[in-house]
Design a protein around this ligand. Sequence first.
Ligand code: NDP
Length: 446
Amino acid sequence: MSNESQYDTLISWLETNYPNEPEYHQAVREIVKDILPVYHVHDEYKQHNVVTRLCVPERIIQFSIFWQNDNNEVEVHQGWRVQHCGLIGPYKGGLRFHPTVNTSILKFLAFEQTFKNALTGLPMGGAKGGSNFNPKGRSDAEIMRFCQAFMMELHRHIGPNTDVPAGDINVGNREIGYLYGAYRRLENRFEGAITGKHLEFGGSHVRTEATGFGLIYMLQCVLDTHEDSMAAKRIVISGAGNVALHAALKATELEGKVITLSNSRGYYFNENGLSQDMIQWAIANKKSEDNVLCALADNYGGEWISDKTPWNVKTDIALPCATQNELDGEDAKALLNNGCQYVLEGANMPCTDDAQRAFAEAQIPYVPGKASNAGGVALSGLEMSQNAKFRRSSFDKLDQSLKDIMQSIHEQCVEEGQDSGWINYSRGANIAAFRRLATAMVAQGV
Ligand code: NDP
């Protein structure tokens, strides 16, 4: 069968068997188009049906969460854990609490996570989970009770050698603390079953910063390869959460000029570039302020622009760090028309198919999230090994390991992504990860 007909057959099989899951189908399409040519020249891959097997999750756990809010009302939410692939290590991936969470979103995230984790070179399988619970506007006590009720079910499916969740959107340090506290009491075990923990109980230095810092270390590798540098480059960042703010912090430290941040209500613009102090202030106040970016404009100057995204701002570099499908084909054209030369994803799948096509046609370096935001899970992997040894490494040592891992991912993308003088980072990442997973699958048998 040719690549094209195999592609069509697989996608229509997925659409028939798993209908109404557009994000999942989108993620599969993006990866499968790149890996089929490699699959076709390896008889053992075909014999083991590796592509189809890699596309479907090994297990999906779905459960109901009953918990009591501050008005003594009992609320009901849905929880999930998608354990996509355990071939190369315990299942590993974050938990997301957001009203948009559903099976399709989690299946896409778990699938992408599997390839991302393979790129890090560490022993981690791929998973993702979460709930359709919206934590916005909830009291601290409600968040705690919700996390405890969520763990009441999840604890039986996780463990340091089974499945190790971490944070994701709306699951930060506080939620991880409550989730871990519940796990420890339910299991009566102190062990590395969750990453992103506080330093006081098994957490790792650099974990909080890792995704954003790693993104900028990847940007440095890309710039070096293109004989370019960060100094005075205009950088547009979307999002104002963990990934966006730590990327902004590291970029400004390396003399880049970060001119925007954003959230679901609009964006913040500062022509002079944000200072380290401003970003540190936003990190410290993002939980307590209703809209930290509005407050940033009030306290430090700059503009708050409601109901708009930052993609029309003139820039050299764009780093989408908020959420999936936040940058579409029109946004990509606007960025290219405004001189954007590099796009690196901090979020998972923030660029739509159309946007990715536009960057590929313009042949600018475009690095997909599975490569450029892998720093977070890489540090989680290092947290797991510190937990297993009951020893903590220093900040500097872990920061250096993060740089090394990002550099290694960059090298894999360059090696596998050569395309007539242009580096197709997306294809490079997909193929490099696929080779590791397919080899493991064949070696382990059916
Ligand atoms: P946070 O919850 O810390 O922040 C998310 C940010 O994105 C908030 O500023 C939020 O704004 C904004 N946002 C959410 N939805 C939208 C939207 N529809 N339009 C515009 N802005 C939006 O999450 P993280 O920073 O941790 O994660 C961001 C992305 O990075 C996600 O795709 C996540 O999967 C990915 N990622 C995160 C990792 C990590 O270590 N944290 C690791 C690898 C990937 P608001 O407050 O208004 O909702």
